[in-house]
Design a binder for this molecule. Structure first.
Ligand code: SAM
Length: 221
């Protein structure tokens, strides 16, 4: 991450990024690994150049196709919750979007599998992560409501779009001890949930009220 584009200047400079990290800390994010990774990950690379100067505001931004790059607080919160139970080796992400959350996860776990349904976003995120030289991310273009069975079970699953109800398939692809972090509910009443799989059951903890784009479930032929 040595080029000027990655290093950033002015509103994308390290000082601006440090201010965002200070704000995340004030908002209650405690995990130093997550804060460190977010301090050094160039979020401005994942948005349109016209929005680069706003990349280190704690806000979601449009990435085209009616989708958004998640708010930094949400990225930090979901990452922190996912990692809280100990190291996660294999993590599945549903909703690649810009690839920013993918890049954050890829620095915190061994291997990330990420699924996106919009071809243009899938291609753009893939290119962006290749430019940043991430080698521990596999991308799939498909409906992630079904998970990604080929590499299951996962130690962690993070979903960055909200279904009304948690898809059964995702629960089934969790390893024992695995953690699923997912927003769900009606558009006006979404709640972030942590679901943990144990040998013979699932436990659920309700977390923050949130506002995500919907998880679009396509019909299976
Ligand atoms: N984490 C992303 C980031 O940091 O840019 C933000 C993702 S955006 C809030 C949600 C993404 O989920 C969108 O890119 C959307 O196309 C994708 N999505 C919605 N339904 C999906 C589905 N069934 N399968 C895969 N991706 C889906």
């Amino acid at each position: 991450m040595r080029s000027n584009k990655l290093a950033g200047i002015g509103m994308t400079s390290q000082r601006t990024r440090d201010r965002l990290i200070a704000r995340l800390r004030e908002e209650g994010i405690k995990d130093a690994r997550v804060l460190d990774v977010m301090r050094t990950t160039p979020r401005h690379i994942f948005v349109d150049e016209a929005l680069a100067s706003r990349a280190y505001e704690d806000t979601a931004l449009p990435i085209g196709y009616g989708q958004t790059i998640s708010q930094p607080y949400i990225v930090a919160r979901m990452s922190e919750v996912l990692l809280a139970g100990g190291p996660r080796r294999k993590v599945l992400e549903i909703g690649t979007g810009s690839g920013y959350q993918t890049a954050v996860l890829a620095q915190l776990v061994d291997q990330v599998y990420t699924v996106e349904r919009i071809p243009e976003l899938h291609a753009r995120a893939k290119k962006c992560l290749a430019e940043l030289q991430f080698r521990n991310v596999r991308f799939q273009l498909s409906d992630g409501s079904w998970g990604w069975q080929q590499y299951a079970p996962y130690d962690g699953i993070m979903v960055t779009a909200a279904p009304e109800q948690v898809p059964e398939e995702l629960l089934m692809q969790l390893a024992e001890g695995g953690r699923l972090v997912i927003p769900s509910g009606r558009a006006d009443a979404q709640r972030l949930r942590l679901i943990i799989r144990s040998a013979d059951s699932f436990s659920e903890t309700l977390l923050d009220w949130v506002s995500f784009v919907p998880l679009i479930k396509e019909r299976r032929e």
